[in-house]
Design a protein around this ligand. Sequence first.
Ligand code: UFG
Length: 324
Amino acid sequence: MRILVVGGAGYIGAHVVKALLEADISVRVFDDLSTGQKINLFEQAEFIENTILNEKALEEALTDVDGVIHLAAKKAVGESMTNPEKYALNNITGTLNLLNAMTKKNVKNIVFSSSAAVYGTPLYPKVDEAHPVNPINFYGFTKLEIERFLEWYDRLKGIKFIALRYFNAVGYDATGAIQGLEKNPQNLLPVIMETIVGIRKKMFIYGTDYATPDGTCIRDYIHVSDLASAHVLALNYLLKEHKSQILNLGTETGHSVLEMVERTEQLIKPFPHENAPRRAGDPAQLTAVSHKAHELLGWTPTHSHLDNIILSTWTLYQKHFLKS
Ligand code: UFG
């Protein structure tokens, strides 16, 4: 079996490639290296450097392929609101090129990286797949539109899909096999790490007056290695059951921003932080109900314990920035 991993040089993509190789699946990576990095590539996987805006290149890459895992996307929520054109082109047009190329090459299976951002502001704190979808940023809108295209390509062209709605992806591979740090990160844990190693003077806690026990926002942090294993299971499900699904991927446990800060200080060392006003568009709490992935795929997160998330990230930051 050969799988095309589109966006396989990125943060989540590289973890997915590693999990596929460990399952003895042949991998071909397709990535334009705009945010993906060469350092994330594996010798055992083929590599094609090209963009999903090039449909012909996608068609060639799909030769002798049994399925696709599609993770190539722009994903900065703030930027998607100021530069929606970039998100429309790369996320929506790029995915349509991929689906059209799959149609031409008769490839019928795709696992798609979707996001909890499709839900928008939760109507209730623990979100299941039946929760109404109502994105509040353009990034989430692109993910939802792609899910809708996937439903139509299933109906009209027989392409079966699994859309995986990730909650907050964090952590790094425990064996140190994946070395690439995201450039210019905006997410909580990388910002904390950059503060500890001195790249940032301090970190800001955005909002301390939310209706949560300690006043800071609660999120469901899922380790990338757990996300990666879900992709392998999803692929096997598709090849066996030939049935499309939409699945949440989260731990079903929430941690507040303050809890993340305090636990990191206990595990590593104190660092400067300051309370700041709320960040626009942040819901107070976003945690998953993830029963469906467990029931259909047999998926259970095993790497997502809070200490493991913090320490696996710290190990890599130490390696990059605190070389003795
Ligand atoms: N936060 C801070 N200070 C920072 C950075 C973040 O207090 O410097 C807070 C945020 O306000 C939020 C929490 O930490 O309350 C988590 O923020 P992240 O930016 O790490 O993650 P988000 O929950 O905003 O979004 C992430 C991804 C999205 C995805 C979403 C799905 O970035 O792409 O999870 O749950 F859609």
